[in-house]
Write a protein that binds this ligand. Structure first.
Ligand SMILES: CC(C)CCC[C@@H](C)[C@H]1CC[C@H]2[C@@H]3[C@@H](O)C=C4C[C@@H](O)CC[C@]4(C)[C@H]3CC[C@]12C
Length: 406
């Protein structure tokens, strides 16, 4: 743990000045989160491209739907897995360090590759920054033994109104080809709580949906502590046949970062399952040693910046970040001169996506392609030409070598 990370909780006397200057600066903030300048002590050395891994830190829950024969119960298992990911996605860092941190902004083409190996077999992750303006991350998570796949992409738009509000644009697609089944998942909007106390954490807003090609939909309503009542990170999810919202088959309710109950029907006393986030251990993602990583892999590319953050040396951080930014600018200049654009390694833009065409209308999802550069999908053809394992990255091209910072 870095000196920076040990500080968690309320702002120390030493950091109070920079924190109040930050609070003043964000009052007029709106746009890409990448343009938000946070004080050094709130900087994380983890790039946003790594966040895709939060979808599968419980591989057994991820693959569980594949073993269920009944489509209704399968949908319930997909909902349970989704709910279990929320703690990892939105509370893991504030739980660990006492406060949320500002992640590193990935550069175009940045990769995060890894795998989980446990009782669920091998679950592989490919995450790639597919756009820089606007920043968009795409990912695929695959467990081939169980035949379970997740892919998606996301961008964030931030605005300030009493606090930092973040709108998520994008979606995820969970699929089990053996059942010819696809689930379209929308992403929660969020806001930052605790800013005033210097101990920021995430609270989710509004609602999200999961809708399946087998004819079921789950609606997840998020609520927080509020001024007068309620508990932090609360939600109520209902599962129903698509289009029949009042025919509730199952209800899940509780706190996504702690415990929740799954009940049959709409009555909250018919409990059939209880999930305790603290009782279900996560599996550690295996990432190749830095020296064996491709130059575009996140931890290798950001290594020196991360070292600077760890020791609180903002001069090193500045110098090393500038090197990355400069080499990125040079790549863009070169592409412009050559009349070509950056070739994404694993993902491609698609038109007329069949999953969206079929499932998005049921939940009113608008893909907002202008905000993500289009609809991004995992490209099997491209991936076949790449090594997605964590140890044998393909040799970098000459353009990519320019990124290798000495
Ligand atoms: C703490 C504050 C001062 C700086 C702002 C940090 C802000 C940019 C961070 C904080 C939380 C981040 C969310 C994170 O909780 C989880 C996810 C889910 C993941 O799948 C995609 C990224 C996203 C939305 C992060 C974006 C950056 C956030 C809002």
């Amino acid at each position: 743990m870095s000196s920076n990370e040990k500080e968690g909780g309320a702002v120390s006397a030493q950091n109070r000045g920079s924190w109040s200057a930050f609070l003043k600066s964000i009052a007029s903030f709106s746009g890409d989160l990448s343009s938000l300048t946070a004080p050094p002590f709130i900087l994380s050395s983890t790039s946003l491209v790594e966040f895709s891994s939060y979808w599968a830190e419980h591989p057994s829950l991820f693959v569980a739907p594949a073993a269920e024969q009944d489509p209704e119960k399968r949908m319930l298992l997909v909902l349970k897995w989704f709910l279990s990911t929320l703690k990892q996605q939105y509370a893991a860092r504030s739980d660990k360090f006492g406060n949320e941190k500002k992640p590193l902004n990935p550069f175009l083409g940045e990769l995060f590759l890894g795998k989980w190996v446990d009782e669920a077999g091998t679950t592989e992750l490919v995450s790639e920054q597919v756009s820089h303006h606007p920043p968009v991350t795409a990912y695929q998570i695959a467990n081939k033994e169980h035949g379970v796949y997740l892919q998606g992409y996301n961008a964030q738009k931030a605005s300030f109104s009493r606090t930092i509000n973040v709108k998520q644009i994008g979606h995820a697609v969970f699929s089990i080809p053996a059942y010819d089944e696809t689930y379209l998942i929308t992403l929660p909007n969020l806001h930052i709580e605790g800013l005033i106390f210097g101990a920021p954490f995430v609270e989710l807003n509004d609602k999200t949906y999961i809708t399946s090609s087998s004819g079921y939909t789950a609606k997840i309503d998020y609520s927080g502590k509020g001024w007068l009542s309620g508990k932090k990170n609360s939600f109520t999810a209902t599962l129903y046949p698509t289009g029949k919202e009042t025919d509730i088959l199952y209800t899940a309710t509780g706190q996504w970062n702690k415990t929740f109950d799954i009940c049959e029907g709409s009555k909250k006393h018919n409990i059939i399952d209880t999930y305790d986030a603290d009782a279900v251990p996560t599996t550690k993602l295996i990432v190749a040693p830095i020296e064996q990583q491709d130059p575009l892999e996140s931890r290798r590319a950001w290594q020196k910046v991360a070292e600077g953050i760890a020791v609180g040396d903002m001069d090193i951080v500045g110098v090393e970040k500038t090197k990355i930014e400069e080499s990125q600018r040079e790549l863009r200049r070169q592409e412009k001169t050559d009349g070509r654009s950056w070739e994404r390694r694993y993902f491609s833009l698609v038109e007329n996506d069949v999953v969206l065409e079929k499932l998005a209308p049921a939940i009113g999802l608008l893909p907002e392609e202008d905000k993500t550069g289009g609809v991004w999908r995992f490209d099997e053809r491209k991936a076949a030409g790449q090594a997605t394992t964590t140890s044998s990255a393909p040799a970098p091209t000459s353009t990519e070598k320019k990124l290798e910072l000495k």
